[in-house]
Design a protein around this ligand. Structure first.
Ligand SMILES: [Zn+2]
Length: 422
């Protein structure tokens, strides 16, 4: 009889994680011994001890490269990449294979930051860690970071898929030919794909709802060069002019009648062609949040989907909180859904935080059966905001925006210029 081996581990760094599986017959043993060698483990008394915490060393990469030179073990490439991405001297964790929840991962990654940080930084980080633990006691976190989500969400086999919006299956006549981006492709999302969004729903959101959100960010998309399926957008302005990207530069051309040439340029009004429907901005944010939410929470949002997909109303909508902050810049959209664990109805059941470029949108997912309050008052979200370690100190900069109006309106943006002293 041939012995079969299976060993699996999870490695976690401040930025990424990797699952290592060593499986098979005799050849797997060689790989396992190579693996032990990379981490400086040796076999003693028939047992092998791995540490929980490692520091990334140059030696580790050298050892991998030596193995790769003799024998091109493709399996070692992901491990090499994982280690290369960690700065030498910084820590990473060696753990059992058990999948980590987003909350657990966040806390462990903070621990790594504390191990790597200076003592001054660490005092702040320890307070953040305390806040994160308090937050995760109340809310489950569901974090979608496009760079880490290289595989699609939902059922892979088409015949088993059921659309998460209309509930149709292939047997009922739905088709799943298109690649449905859970977050608009126009926002630069290439990786977060929802398998269980049928073509009819994908077309509905793609034609009617999501363009309003993307157009609402038009100036930002040009300025930061965000590339969608047709590259970086360019706009013809209604007040005679153009807004476009030329190489690394943003070029704004305006008609001289719009500028007071006597003084230095202080502000510029850009009037965009496509009109925007505020309600569609709200719906886009809810659509993105719902599309990436773990399936077990969908049954609590049946009314939400009826509103989102078919326009049924279940009462007034709460306002959306927005925040503009350069220090929180994100080149790709990141979603964090906060899902309440208990029955404390003073807090909303699901709140979604959408971060993109220097913008943050904090949106209550409306009409959940787990809420008995619509949260329509200005201070209804204060208790929740106080739970967020990264936002609570910026509370005074948060703006309340009413996106409940269902009508197409002109979109204008005022750019204000400030002279910076050299
Ligand atoms: Zn559908």
């Amino acid at each position: 009889m041939v012995n079969k081996y299976k060993l699996s581990f999870r490695l976690l760094s401040e930025k990424s994680e990797i699952l290592i599986v060593i499986e098979g017959q005799s050849f797997a043993l060689d790989y396992f011994l190579q693996f032990c060698g990379i981490f400086g483990c040796s076999v003693e008394n028939q047992s092998i001890k791995f540490q929980h915490v490692y520091k990334r060393t140059h030696e580790m990469i050298k050892k991998i490269d030596l193995i790769l030179k003799d024998n091109n073990t493709k399996k070692l490439y992901p491990l090499r990449k994982f280690l290369i991405d960690i700065e030498p001297g910084k820590h990473f964790l060696f753990m059992p294979e058990k999948e980590l929840s987003d909350s657990e991962k966040l806390i462990l990654q903070l621990d790594l930051k504390i191990m790597d940080g200076t003592s001054i930084e660490n005092e702040k980080l320890k307070l953040v860690r305390k806040d994160v633990i308090a937050l995760t006691n109340i809310y489950e976190l569901n974090i979608i970071h496009p760079q880490e989500h290289l595989s699609s969400l939902g059922e892979r086999v088409k015949s088993k898929r059921k659309c998460i919006y209309c509930g149709q299956t292939e047997a009922m006549g739905a088709t799943f030919h298109q690649k449905a981006h859970a977050i608009s492709e126009a926002l630069g999302n290439k990786h977060v794909i929802q398998n269980e969004e049928c073509d009819a729903c994908n077309n509905y959101f793609g034609k009617n709802i999501e363009p309003c959100f993307a157009n609402n960010l038009s100036a930002f998309r040009v300025i930061y060069g965000v590339s969608g399926s047709n590259g970086v957008p360019h706009y013809k302005l209604k007040n005679k002019g153009n807004l476009e990207r030329q190489g690394e530069a943003t070029v704004i051309q305006v008609c001289s009648e719009n500028i007071n040439t006597q003084s230095t340029l202080e502000s510029l009004k850009l009037c965009f062609g496509p009109k925007i429907n505020p309600l569609n901005i709200y719906k886009s944010l809810v659509k993105f949040a719902y599309g990436v939410l773990p399936p077990k929470y969908r049954c609590d949002l049946i009314r939400t989907v009826k509103w989102l997909r078919y326009g049924e109303s279940f009462g007034k909508l709460p306002q959306i909180r927005t925040l503009l902050n350069n220090k929180m810049f994100q080149s790709e959209p990141i979603i964090t859904n906060y899902i309440r664990k208990d029955n404390n109805y003073e807090l909303p059941f699901i709140v979604s935080e959408f971060k993109f470029l220097m913008l943050t949108f904090i949106t209550i997912i409306p009409y959940s059966v787990k809420d008995n309050n619509l949260f329509i008052n200005d201070n209804d979200l204060d208790k929740f905001i106080d739970l967020l370690p990264h936002i609570k100190s910026l509370k005074s900069n948060i703006r309340l925006r009413d996106y409940s109006r269902d009508a197409f309106v002109n979109y204008e943006l005022n750019l204000n210029f400030k002279q910076v002293e050299k």
